[in-house]
Design a protein around this ligand. Structure first.
Ligand code: SF4
Length: 318
């Protein structure tokens, strides 16, 4: 029997372009960053070579994921321009860009909206206690800075993805507080398309010495998130971080309905390769779920796009 739409789970066929791994923050759980100046920036020619190989492979989303150059650095403008140019390039080559490069100024966000169908920033956790621990040397992780980003995205009508990082020293009450804040900003602007619940999964590079977030606790968090978040926000979980098939199905039963961007490499969790698409499809099917591709923009937001982006999206919606 063909699963009904209520038994559909989405994912975005995606490829991640990293403009640079350098980052001025030092989150202790990070498995991505390199020291400022120690990670050559992705050239446009290099990106074009990669993108050309991806054409006609049914990859729709180009996730532009970058480490951060300090807002007051003399290199900030060039960093931002490179990100903008990479998005514009991906767009002209027929892909749909989604950018997640840390906190932006209002003007930067407004500019990037022109070349992105959606954007993202993890809220992670709002509790200020993490500023004394995992975020002690991460000025970008000030909760009020990240909350401001969600508000600006709403004001600018940018379809937005955010989420929580679980297991970095927060309590369950902290999670509910963070989810409530996301819910409130969405009730005001209506722009949050999905919330990622990302379990901390230790990698080789990090200095944060803590066990992984208990994957068996994830269904409980998802069920509570489903209660807190408005129904039009989709809950996303990264399947490569929930490696037990039974618990992946339990996460879906609890209310998760999206598996995020799936591509050759999870740049944020490089020690956890993605499950092959067919294997994932088989796991889901065993639980009565159908895996279906989606665009990085949910249909209810199509009308927020400018003319050029609308034309690009229309090509994919046909
Ligand atoms: S988690 Fe993000 S902000 Fe923190 S150090 Fe890594 S790249 Fe930078």
């Amino acid at each position: 029997m063909f699963p009904s739409s209520s038994h559909r789970v989405t994912y975005s066929p995606a490829y991640t372009i990293v403009p640079t791994y350098e980052c001025f923050n030092r989150c202790t759980y990070c498995n991505f960053r390199r020291e400022p100046g120690k990670s050559p920036w992705m050239s446009l020619a290099g990106a074009e070579r990669i993108l050309r190989q991806l054409q006609n492979q049914n990859i729709c989303e180009i996730l532009i994921l970058s480490g951060e150059v300090h807002p007051h650095s003399s290199r900030r403008e060039a960093w931002f321009q490179r990100i903008y140019d990479l998005c514009a390039l991906a767009l002209t080559m027929g892909f749909l860009p989604h950018t997640n490069v840390g906190p932006l100024s209002f003007a930067e966000m407004e500019k990037l909206k022109r070349v992105n169908v959606s954007m993202g920033l993890m809220l992670e956790q709002l509790t200020p206690t993490l500023l004394n621990t995992v975020h002690r040397y991460a000025p970008s992780k000030l909760p009020q800075v990240r909350m401001q980003q969600l508000k600006w995205a709403g004001e600018l009508q940018i379809p937005f993805t955010t989420g929580l990082l679980l297991g970095i020293g927060e309590s369950l009450d902290d999670c509910w507080e963070t989810l409530t804040a996301i819910s409130n900003v969405h009730l005001r602007y209506g722009h949050i398309q999905e919330v990622i619940l990302q379990p901390h999964s230790p990698g080789n590079q990090q200095s944060f010495d803590a066990p992984p977030f208990d994957p068996y606790q994830l269904p409980e968090v998802i069920a509570q998130a489903r209660q807190i978040l408005p129904a039009d926000i989709t809950i996303q979980i990264p399947p490569n971080l929930v490696q037990d098939a039974g618990w992946l199905l339990a996460c879906l039963a609890a209310g998760a309905r999206d598996l995020g961007g799936i591509g050759p490499k999870d740049e944020v969790n490089p020690d956890y390769p993605h499950i092959q698409e067919q294997a994932l499809r088989d796991i889901l099917q065993s639980g009565g779920w159908e895996l279906v591709p989606r665009l990085p923009l949910y249909p209810q937001f199509d009308e927020w796009l400018g003319d050029e982006l609308t034309a690009s999206v229309r090509m994919w919606r046909q």
